[in-house]
Design a protein around this ligand. Structure first.
Ligand SMILES: Nc1ncnc2c1ncn2[C@@H]1O[C@H](COP(=O)(O)OP(=O)(O)OP(=O)(O)O)[C@@H](O)[C@H]1O
Ligand SMILES: [Mg+2]
Ligand SMILES: [Zn+2]
Ligand SMILES: [Zn+2]
Length: 631
């Protein structure tokens, strides 16, 4: 990489985002592109739409803006987007606080953080450009300079809605520095940045007693008060609270319901009236989205509190439950692993899947109406087809409970357990059994899990393990069968030889000894029985095969393993049946003979080359399946 060149390009690009002018210049931009003057909710809504909209699984709308980082939360995200949609049209919901409520580690903070990162990026694009009065501590909308008396005309002529008044700082500047000449006031483009505290604010509660509201609304600058003589001089005030900072963008309020009521009322005034009460000043206009999160216990306490009724009315609640789809859970883990230090470690096939099965099982509720196992429910939710169930049944199951997904094991817990297992053992590879063990061991230390719940979880680990046993067995069998393609052909030829002599009433010749032999009825039947050919119909079946052979021969074609669908099925089934023992013996032989060793190596090779295993997990898989078959 040419670092210097890259840096130069970066600088040029940064410079291109610079724009300085006067209000008069800005006015031209607005006339041309009214979008630049949109309010915060509309800006965020347009940002989300700009990412693209699609229809996903089960007909749910999905937003690309979220979909590369958030999985399985379509319903919650749809509600979030609906909120922005209505608020963008300045409907009543705009005056409410968006509150995400859900279990720990369920993605609440991530959703907010995607919105914040999104805004940072969006304001750097042409479509999302934002302009502000230069030097305004709240980077306010320059259109505030237009006197109220002229705004109706402005609206009529350009269709642009102006809301809000100048902040004390800008009002002072307009009078004292520009002598009321609005058109001369400087304006510049601003790029939102959480780090630079521009357009994005974050408030996290600390000790409720010592925490001061000025963290939200700014405070008097004691060092300059002497200079300006009065507390009501805007120059003696620092408009640097999180709500000031977040003007035109978004304020995140972490764990909103943990804070003292004083803070909540500031928030409410803001969302209700677009005003911040700051110091000695009258209300200061602010336009921003307030997003917050909380957990269910706190929310229930809040709802149960009579005193908070007024507040409850002014909140839009969106439930963010855990994801309930195994395939999406796997994607969450893949994402988290990519961000972690575990990249050098090999994750054996099916490991994340098995961990996901367990995690999702802990989140599912037993159906009261339908007699269906959790495992079946899990598969239905994941889009698998299960005999006897239709998509309507899935919907019914989903609708049955309004809080499914609000309990259970979090993705964070799963990843932490996987990581600690790896670190502790210094392993280079982790397989499904390791994963389940790590999850199980963790339950012992998990203090927030009750005894009853632990019992239940341990059972679910057993369920996940059973699922895996099936998968493991199939995987090994498949790997063995492939090395047996040759055997399939041999078996077929052997069968055909026998069938031929049976139908022609001839004896068979042993190629080595020259001995004359009766056709091997046992062998033929053992194959035919696999597909239910009865004793009385065996003759017809065999003759049919011979006819097929000669038909093909007349066309110059050879009969092979694939030429006859049913026969092929019979051969495969027979091989699987025989295989059971071969696999059993081969995988559990303490000192394999050379032939067994060749097979084992074959199978391991295949697992590595074709199925994503490494030598370590391929060997453990064989051992594991060996022990399963010997049970
Ligand atoms: N549905 C999901 N899709 C993608 N990632 C998820 C999902 N759920 C959780 N995660 C990931 O799990 C981790 C924990 O999520 P996050 O911190 O957002 O949860 P939270 O709801 O804010 O939890 P807390 O209540 O503990 O603050 C994050 O790294 C997040 O990316
Ligand atoms: Mg969080
Ligand atoms: Zn201002
Ligand atoms: Zn491995």
């Amino acid at each position: 990489m040419d670092l210097i060149k890259k840096l130069e390009e970066f600088r040029t690009q940064e410079q291109s985002l610079n724009w300085h002018g006067t209000f008069a210049d800005y006015f031209d931009i607005v006339k041309d592109k009214p979008r630049v003057a949109e309010l915060a909710h509309a800006r965020i809504f347009n940002m989300i739409l700009a990412g693209g909209v699609a229809t996903g699984k089960g007909g749910l709308t999905t937003y690309d803006f979220f979909s590369s980082e958030i999985f399985g939360l379509e319903k919650a995200l749809q509600q979030v987007v609906e909120y922005f949609n209505s608020a963008a049209q300045r409907l009543e919901v705009r005056k409410r606080i968006l509150l995400l409520m859900g279990p720990v580690g369920g993605g609440k903070s991530t959703i907010v953080s995607i919105l914040k990162r999104g805004l940072e990026a969006y304001t750097r694009t042409a479509a999302g450009a934002v302009y502000a009065i230069t030097g305004c501590p709240m980077h306010e909308e320059p259109l505030h300079l237009i006197p109220h008396e002229l705004r109706d005309d402005f609206m009529r002529e350009y269709g642009i809605y102006i809301e809000g008044d100048l902040c004390p700082h800008c009002r002072f500047e307009l009078e004292h520095t520009y002598a009321g000449h609005i058109e001369r006031v400087p304006v510049n483009r601003v790029l939102f940045s959480e780090k630079k505290r521009l357009g994005i604010g974050t408030f996290s509660p600390s000790d409720p007693k010592s925490q001061d509201v000025s963290e939200l609304t700014g405070s008097i600058d004691l060092s300059t008060i002497g200079e300006y003589g009065s507390e009501s001089d805007p120059r003696a005030y620092r408009f640097d609270g999180e709500l000031n900072v977040a003007n035109r963008g978004m304020a995140e309020f972490i764990e909103m319901l943990k804070v003292d009521e004083r803070f909540l009322y500031v928030l409410l005034t803001l969302s209700q009236e677009q005003n911040i009460k700051t110091g000695r000043f009258s209300m200061i206009y602010a336009d921003e989205v307030v997003v917050s999160h909380t957990n269910e216990t706190e929310y229930q306490a809040f709802v149960g509190n009579k005193k908070s009724e007024a507040l409850q009315d002014r909140i839009i609640l969106v439930k963010v439950p855990y994801n309930l789809r195994v395939s999406d859970e796997v994607r969450i883990y893949e994402k988290l692993l990519k961000q972690s230090a575990l990249q050098t470690v090999h994750i054996a096939p099916h490991t994340l899947n098995v961990a996901s099965v367990f995690a999702v099982l802990t989140r599912l509720e037993a159906s009261k109406k339908a007699n269906i196992s959790l495992m079946k429910k899990l598969k239905l939710y994941d889009g698998e087809e299960i005999e006897g169930y239709k998509s309507k049944d899935v919907k019914d199951l989903q609708d049955e409970s309004d809080r499914e997904g609000m309990d259970g094991i979090s993705p964070r817990y799963v990843i932490n357990r996987l990581s600690s297992a790896l670190v502790k053992e210094g392993a280079t590879c982790i397989n499904p059994i390791d994963a389940l063990r790590a999850l199980r061991d963790g339950l012992e230390q998990h203090t927030s899990v009750s005894r009853e719940q632990r019992e239940h979880y341990l059972n679910l680990i057993g369920e996940a393990r059973k699922e895996y046993d099936e998968i493991a067995r199939r995987e090994v069998q498949k790997a063995f069968v492939y090395s047996f393609e040759e055997s399939a052909r041999t078996l077929l030829n052997n069968y055909l030889d026998n069938v031929e002599s049976y139908c022609n009433n001839q004896k068979m010749h042993d190629a080595f000894t020259g001995e004359e032999l009766e056709p091997d009825e046992g062998l033929m039947r053992s194959i035919e029985e696999q597909i239910g050919v009865s004793d009385t119909s065996r003759k017809a079946f065999r003759e049919e095969i011979l006819i097929r052979i000669s038909t093909l021969a007349r066309r110059g074609q050879q009969f092979d393993y694939m030429s006859h669908e049913r026969l092929r099925e019979a051969i495969e089934k027979k091989l699987f049946a025989d295989l059971r023992d071969v696999v059993k013996i081969t995988t559990s032989a303490k000192t394999p003979d050379p032939e067994q060793l060749r097979r084992i190596n074959d199978v391991i090779d295949r697992l590595i080359k074709e199925h994503g295993y490494c030598a370590v997990c391929a060997n453990s898989l064989l051992q594991y399946v060996g022990s399963l078959l010997n049970r």
